[in-house]
Write a protein that binds this ligand. Structure first.
Ligand code: ATP
Ligand code: MG
Length: 451
């Protein structure tokens, strides 16, 4: 470590998280910037495991740091991400050029090529983890954010495109969201490279005719990547963009058939969607089917989930040519959406809080709580500091604050008679239960976790 870094570290007054990067905290930690509580992240992951398991997708983890070249080659040089959003740095130990991953697909494809993983046939995969993009932080847009990323490698048919879309729908349902109402589906086809080239030529000609209404970014992209202009969020350009030639009119027969097959299957399962000819997605690697699940509840951070087919990427990154399709889902956005819509979500509260008065026989208390936990009850034991357990009043305060439905009161007199008082904190009622047979009354405590 250089002395320069050491000196700067000493001078830094207050250590805080990097701007746009958040701590994901338990419900009990008060804070101003309110991202959904950590137990909801766990709940989300449980739902993901259940749904993706049903479709036979397998879990993997790849590194958060990858060679910069992977993303430059994979995502395309003239994309928002590569041009201005990547956290890239030189490894001071050996001079390697590295990047904190801005998305998951390139890393997964790199890993599968490296391990020759498609040798035994196609693969269905998923991962969850942090991604990094240097964007302007706002609600639903962060510099470190988290994605569920799902990929199916080696499948070329429209059936897997549909599987991807339906899997996302199954996840909405698992979480209590209603498709069509809370999140809606938009799809498009980007065709194949030659079709895109013909469309691109027509686009350049069109934009040249309207050069005066292009902003600076778009001027620059007119020749390097005119397709990106369609992706522009500049309101002043929307009307002009609306009139641009549409790729869908340049699709050949095979591309059209692929798109029609996707649509026919979606129609057959009764999943409503809108064909959005301007849906292009932020990465260069997409072809044929692209889709987004969108909400109106999160302003311009409305895309909760986006994906599509990327048949050229595996070869582009040095692998044996193989088609593929995948999607990325923003976990912060999804949890914010659930919050916004007040969708019922599980509580972080325990079922019961054990009040342990001074003088309570601790071994018996602990034995009882262990038996209740073994029976599946979520019990928080009041634990004192070095100077004792604290007054009954303060213990009951803690019991209330914990959100528990029941307080278990281990008064010395009751315990001496082989009993514990169980107080329903909501109803205010109280009953005595036998310490000898916790199994007999454990289920009655599980109202909360069952809800
Ligand atoms: P946007 O158009 O909102 O910038 P994107 O097209 O760049 O999104 P993708 O690269 O497709 O997004 O990533 C997939 C999903 O990851 C998005 O649909 C979104 O839910 C989430 N996501 C992308 N960027 C961010 C971010 N900076 N903060 C939080 N979530 C994000
Ligand atoms: Mg973006």
């Amino acid at each position: 470590m250089t002395t320069e870094i050491q000196a700067a570290a000493k001078k830094a007054e207050k250590l805080a998280a990097v701007k746009g990067m958040n701590d994901i905290l338990p419900a009990s930690v008060p804070r101003t910037e309110k991202l959904p509580d950590s137990h909801l992240w766990q709940w989300f992951e449980t739902a993901v495991r259940a749904v993706l398991g049903r479709y036979g997708y397998q879990y993997l983890l790849t590194p958060i740091v990858e060679p910069t070249a992977l993303f430059v080659r994979g995502l395309g040089e003239v994309t928002d991400i590569v041009e201005k959003e990547m956290y890239s740095f030189v490894d001071s130990m050996n001079g390697d050029r590295l990047t904190l991953r801005p998305e998951a697909t390139a890393g997964i494809v790199r890993a599968m090529i490296e391990h020759n993983a498609l040798y035994n046939g196609p693969l269905r995969l998923w991962t969850i983890g942090p991604m990094f993009r240097h964007e302007r932080p706002q609600k639903g847009r962060y510099r470190q954010f988290h994605q569920l990323d799902v990929e199916a490698l080696g499948f070329g048919g429209p059936d897997v495109d549909v599987e991807m879309i339906l899997m996302a729908r199954a996840l909405w349902r698992e979480l209590g969201l209603v498709e069509g109402r809370d999140v809606r589906l938009e799809i498009n086809s980007l065709g194949q490279p030659d079709e895109r080239r013909a469309h691109r030529d027509a686009l350049v000609a069109y934009f040249q005719q309207h050069q005066a209404s292009l902003d600076e970014d778009s001027q620059r992209r007119l020749h390097s990547n005119p397709l990106r202009i369609l992706d522009s969020k500049n309101p002043a350009m929307q009307a002009m963009i609306e009139g641009a030639p549409k790729l869908i009119d340049f699709l050949g027969e095979a591309s059209r058939a692929h798109f029609d097959a996707v649509r026919a299957s979606l129609d057959a399962v009764g999943l409503a969607y809108r064909v959005n000819p301007r849906l292009v997605r932020g990465m260069d690697y997409y072809n044929l089917t692209v889709f987004e699940w969108i909400t109106e509840q999160l302003g311009s951070q409305g895309t909760v989930c986006g994906g599509g087919r990327y048949d050229g990427l595996i070869e582009q990154l040095g692998g044996k040519p193989a088609p593929a399709v995948g999607f990325g889902l923003g976990i912060e956005r999804l949890l914010l959406l659930l919050q916004e819509l007040k969708v019922p979500v599980p509580s972080a509260a325990p079922d019961a809080y054990a009040v342990v008065p001074p003088g309570a026989p601790l071994p018996q208390v602990i034995a009882t709580l262990e038996a209740l936990r073994a029976a599946g009850v979520r019990v928080l034991q009041h634990a004192g500091g070095a100077d004792g357990p604290g007054s009954m009043k303060s213990q009951f305060k803690k019991a209330d604050a914990s959100g528990a439905r029941f307080a278990l009161i281990f008064g010395p007199d009751e315990v001496a008679q082989g009993q514990v008082a169980v107080k329903d904190l909501r109803a205010g009622t109280q009953a005595l239960q036998p310490l000898a047979s916790p199994d007999a009354w454990a289920d009655a405590l599980k109202l909360q976790s069952a809800a």
